[in-house]
Design a protein around this ligand. Sequence first.
Ligand SMILES: [Zn+2]
Length: 220
Amino acid sequence: MRAITHIVMHCTATPATSDIGAADVHRWHLQRGWSGIGYHFVIRRNGAVEPGRALEKKGAHVSGFNAKSIGISLAGGVGANGQTPVDNFTEDQLLTARDLVFDLMATYGVPIDNVMGHNEVIAQITHGAPKACPVFSMDRFRAIITDLQDAEVDVEVVEQWGSDMADDDEVEESARTHTVVSGDTLWGIANRYGTTIAEIRTANPSISGDLIQPGDVIRV
Ligand SMILES: [Zn+2]
């Protein structure tokens, strides 16, 4: 796998009414004389993610910045006239994009600041001709990813605690009872569990005298 440092967000610059997927973009990019779809993923209007160019292959989506980046394109981004930039993306698309980018960041160790819009890469890195792409707000997009990261950390903490508590319960449960076997004495059991005969008697009022029988379950 090539080294990945950035994830670059795009739009297909199609109207909201166009149900565009990876196969459509592939066809357009072939028509441009490229080796096929230049993006690594396309997210349809309904939020379905479709794979484009293989991730290990350099994309063709941002001039001068393809080698170490992943390109993701959301279907949409222009008005009904097919030209005016319009943030017309669906909630489903943005949530899918958020989850996809979140996973890719984790897989390739990409920091949130390196999740950039096409227009940001041009403005800050390649200094090419300005573009509106991806049209949606990258500040907002990075914010919802950061929110997801924070939420995941909370879940991990809860799971960690949960498993610790479960382990403790299990240890206590198994340490709490002893099944008497032939030859056991209260003194021997008390010694084995680090307790005293008096404590065993207190915890097991049913024991009379020193009389314990194999098969008795006693609290220790
Ligand atoms: Zn773009």
